[in-house]
Design a protein around this ligand. Structure first.
Ligand code: FUB
Ligand code: ZN
Length: 638
């Protein structure tokens, strides 16, 4: 049953200090190398110079691309969020220079987009379907909010308020306005963020307009195409499902089209439902969630298998080597999942959020913090590597802006309720209605499933603590001050809830058993038939050629094997390695025949698996997440 509860709010990342050995190094690498590397690329590729507006046909410089703005904006947003918890004078100086460049290119009327200003003047707002102006505007608004949060300075925010006001004048249902909406969703969630930042109702109304107008008939993108003298039937993507505008949002039942677009739309819809308490919008989101998670989600939390539309295919069509699984799409899924949690507290959202975070999102960045995957396949022959940048380079600055905000995904609070969604060694200041308290999490998660939680507060407080019981955990126990209270709390939709008068110094110990084990795919996923993958806790494991004695193609996993887990400080930056005995199919006695009546021989070989996020951080080599299980013929010989 749909219900909304906009009373539940995430604890902002400003209040959460992550001090663990897992995420903190990734966040540090982003600060120390990732932001700098992306900045260099923005400079080298002409993205920053574009704001000089000196490009003209025939000029030497690079022609400003229609969505370059979004890369710059995401970098500014990431740098600003990083500055909030980690002040850095040099980074701040760079931010101010970039912000100055951006603002210098803003028109008198508030318009901002170097492409339309110098490359295609006169074509402003003529092709919302393909040209990304509103998407870029959304990213600029988000960057300006981040800048204001980090510096307290208003110049960028004021500039983007002018831009938002212009958009508000141009688009809408009134006479003389364009009844359009973003071809690449993003502005919707940015406007709701702007509303929450300024409490100016017009931004919420504008976001609501864009969401409600989407997919209404007559299709705006067709009307707009005709106005350009184009036949809408010639649309390169062939279907408005590509932009999730094939029908009004409440009538959408399956997750379709471009994956990043879809995630940003659903995140915006969830924000809108939280503000308006619109149960019908939540119902639509719940249906879409089920379609995604029951049919279209990779084990790694990656989404959007198809290169053709950078997005979704039919249910269960999840190829491994060809998986597109764009890093931005995994980030978008985390955005959506976190928003669903605030509306509809259910651990399915946090489980998927965790799956994407620790696997398909984190794989998007190298240990060094300055190399990025755009695509995150689940199998490789050793020829897929992280890169500094891409021609279409949305993913690197998306990583830049996501990592500094990670602390904002751990908790949310409601009236007399604290929800713990993720387990990360950290310290968080939590504001309840009757005052603040500090929660300290001590844990080696994700290497270990023991989590100790402690409250720092001066007086006793009554509230409900809801602890997510991870879906991967088959045996969990909860101890309060040394006493087993596992049977005392209620498990409500995957959260273990304890309501009591908490005393200063109360200690909770959670034991989420975390053995390594096999997971099996739905039998309709053709790409994975007869295969299994290894998981330990939230981490999906993979086999990389560098760790094996034999080629990956010869390795079969035992269906009934046991696996060892060991923390190895010497492997990469230190991680838990899962190892065991696998089976190798032997081809040495085959000679020059292709087929024979005698089955092949099998032998036992050791294997070693590392977490998927960590692959391609050593010498190039093949990689597999899903491995074939030992066939019957092989089992009888072992
Ligand atoms: O179109 C803007 C961004 O570039 C999308 O979100 C990505 O999928 C990439 O196409
Ligand atoms: Zn991307």
């Amino acid at each position: 049953m749909a219900h909304t509860n906009s009373q539940r709010k995430p604890v902002p990342f400003e209040h959460v200090k992550i001090e663990d050995a897992f995420w903190a190094p990734r966040m540090q690498a982003n600060r120390q190398r990732g932001l700098e590397a992306v900045y260099q690329q923005l400079a080298e590729t002409g993205r920053l110079d574009a704001y000089a507006l000196d490009w003209a046909p025939g000029s030497d410089g690079l022609q400003p691309h229609v969505f370059w703005d979004s890369d710059v904006a995401k970098w500014v947003e990431g740098a600003c969020y990083s500055l909030i918890n980690h002040p850095d004078k040099r980074l701040l100086e760079k931010v101010e220079i970039v912000v100055g460049k951006i603002l210098s290119a803003q028109g008198e009327d508030g318009y901002l987009n170097p492409h339309f200003t110098v490359v295609a003047p006169g074509q402003r707002w003529t092709n919302l379907r393909d040209k990304h102006e509103l998407y870029c505007a959304g990213h600029m608004i988000e960057a300006a909010i981040a800048h204001h949060r980090a510096t307290g300075e208003r110049r960028f925010l004021d500039g983007m308020l002018r831009y938002a006001d212009l958009i508000h004048r141009v688009f809408g249902p009134k006479k003389g306005q364009k009844r359009g909406y973003p071809g690449h969703e993003e502005l919707e969630l940015a406007l709701i963020k702007l509303y929450r930042h300024t409490w100016e109702r017009e931004y919420l109304d504008l976001a609501a307009y864009f969401i409600e107008e989407r997919g209404q008939s007559p299709y705006y993108f067709d009307t707009e195409a005709r106005a350009r003298d184009e036949d809408p039937a010639d649309y390169w993507a062939k279907t408005h499902a590509y932009t999730q505008s094939h029908r009004p949002v409440r009538e959408q039942t399956t997750v379709v089209g471009h994956a990043v677009r879809a995630m940003y739309l659903y995140a915006g819809m969830a924000d809108l439902a939280a503000e308006t308490r619109d149960a019908s919008l939540l119902e639509a989101l719940q249906r879409l969630w089920v379609d995604l998670t029951a049919h279209k989600l990779y084990l790694t939390g990656g989404i959007g298998p198809s290169r053709e539309n950078e997005g979704f295919r039919e249910a269960y069509d999840l190829p491994n080597r060809e998986a597109y699984a764009e890093t931005c799409a995994a980030i978008g899924l985390v955005f959506w999942a976190q928003r669903m949690l605030q509306l509809d507290l259910d651990s399915t959202y946090a489980d998927v959020m965790e799956r994407a975070l620790y696997n398909g999102l984190l794989s998007g960045v190298s240990f060094s913090g300055d190399r990025f995957f755009y695509e995150n396949p689940l199998a490789s022959e050793g020829n897929h590597h992280r890169q500094k940048f891409f021609t279409c380079s949305c993913c690197p600055p998306n990583i830049n802006r996501f990592l500094p905000t990670l602390g904002g995904y751990l908790y949310s609070v409601g009236p007399k309720e604290i929800n713990v969604h993720l387990y990360v060694h950290s310290k968080a200041k939590i504001e309840l209605e009757d005052g603040a308290l500090t929660i300290i999490q001590q844990t080696d998660y994700p290497w270990d499933g023991i989590v100790c939680l402690r409250f720092e507060m001066r007086v006793s407080r009554t509230f409900t603590l809801k602890l997510r019981k991870p879906s991967w955990c088959l045996r969990g126990r909860v101890y309060l001050n040394g006493r087993d209270v596992s049977a005392e709390g209620d498990v409500e939709r995957g959260y273990f809830a304890l309501t009591r008068e908490w005393q200063p110094g109360d200690q909770l110990r959670l034991q989420w058993a975390m053995p390594a084990g096999l997971v099996y795919p739905h039998p309709r996923i053709c790409a994975d038939i007869g295969k299994a993958a290894l998981m330990r806790g939230p981490l999906v494991y993979c086999l990389e050629a560098a760790d094996q004695e034999v080629p990956l193609d010869q390795i079969f996993l035992p269906g009934n094997g046991t696996f060892d887990s060991e923390f190895r400080p010497d492997v990469l930056e230190g991680l838990v390695v899962v190892s065991g005995q696998a089976t190798r199919v032997d081809s040495n006695d085959w000679g020059e025949v292709l087929y024979r009546q005698e089955p092949p021989r099998f032998e036992s070989v050791p294997f070693r698996a590392i977490p998927y996020y960590a692959w391609d951080n050593r010498e190039a080599g093949a990689m597999r997440v899903w491995l074939p299980l030992v066939p019957e013929a092989g089992r009888s010989q072992l």
